[in-house]
Design a protein around this ligand. Structure first.
Ligand SMILES: [Mg+2]
Length: 300
């Protein structure tokens, strides 16, 4: 089963009244119309053996990551967190101390962003640890930035560096870019935004698909993390787990942003949104290759 196709099938089944659900499934968070500004909601899980390794990283890291992944989705909408709920499936025999550590891990990063855990459920089973967090967030004066708002000619920018996160502590210890997203969306006219969890190429693809556009990416402009290792650019484009922001804005706004660098983390322009639907990677010699999630193909 291809995950994206299945998710798109689910979307196709939904019928939403836009007066009640202005933003349905398919963005980092959904928006439901509660009060004048609306309420954002979403859910994300962490599985032992998939998103972290309990025996290697410990229970607190799993709890922290489960909360932080959700907070990163709040950042992707330029919203502020309100509260979270957690459902935890504990492997049978896990100690009370380890179960407390999971909770404390969620609290550790939730407290940084004033996001209290207001409820949840817990059970034990003869399977690996699974932690699911549901998050609620508010716009607080900044309209949610969607994946679908990119315009042709927009600059594509990113925060931070990419690649090798899974092989470094970063995928466990990242700080969700909520403060940065608020500055970006509050001071610059962001058209679209996503947090990069699935890989730079794949998440750019989500923005392209949602906006009905293509993109060209300049290989030399992609900020490659020191953790990317020998794979370099390929790791930066495809590894995922970076939890940085990818966003689009007008060329003019991008130039101001790049000149002023108002964030504590570097902002880089990696490319341009284009008409059509193709994603293209331009190498340092000016050669154009199709850019695809999970790998790029050489044209011969
Ligand atoms: Mg996301």
């Amino acid at each position: 089963m291809r995950e994206l196709e299945f998710i798109e099938w689910i979307y196709s089944q939904g019928r939403f009244d836009p007066a009640v659900v202005p933003v349905g499934p398919g963005d980092d968070l959904a928006v439901v119309q509660v009060g004048p500004e609306g309420l954002l909601a979403g859910t994300d899980q962490v599985l032992d053996g998939v998103h972290f390794i309990l025996g290697e990283h410990g229970p607190r890291a799993g709890g922290r990551k489960a909360m932080a992944r959700n907070l990163s989705d709040v950042a992707a909408m330029a919203a502020l967190p309100l509260a979270a709920l957690a459902t935890v499936s504990l492997p049978k025999g896990l100690s009370r101390h380890d179960a407390q550590e999971i909770y404390l891990g969620m609290r550790e990063i939730g407290d940084v962003f004033d996001c209290p855990l207001i409820g949840g459920d817990m059970g034990s089973w003869a399977h690996p640890l699974a932690i699911s967090v549901t998050i609620l967030a508010r716009p607080r004066g900044i309209s949610p930035v969607l994946r679908s708002g990119a315009k042709p000619g927009d600059a594509i920018c990113v925060t931070g560096h990419f690649g090798g996160a899974w092989r470094s502590p970063r995928h466990l210890l990242f700080t969700p870019r909520i403060a940065e997203a608020r500055v970006l969306a509050g001071q610059f006219g962001l058209h679209a935004m996503i947090d990069v969890s699935d890989g730079l190429a794949r998440d750019l693809g989500h923005v392209c698909r949602a906006s009905g556009l293509g993109a060209q990416v300049n290989a030399a402009a992609v900020p490659v993390s020191a953790a990317a290792g020998p794979a370099g650019l390929a790791a930066a484009l495809h590894d995922g787990e970076d939890y940085e922001l990818l966003f689009t804005l007008s060329e003019e706004d991008a130039n101001t942003l790049l000149d002023t660098q108002p964030l504590g983390v570097s902002v880089s322009r990696i490319g341009t949104m284009t008409p059509g639907e193709d994603m293209v990677l331009i190498d340092s010699a000016g050669r154009r290759k199709p850019l695809r999630p999970g790998g790029w193909e050489h044209q011969t």
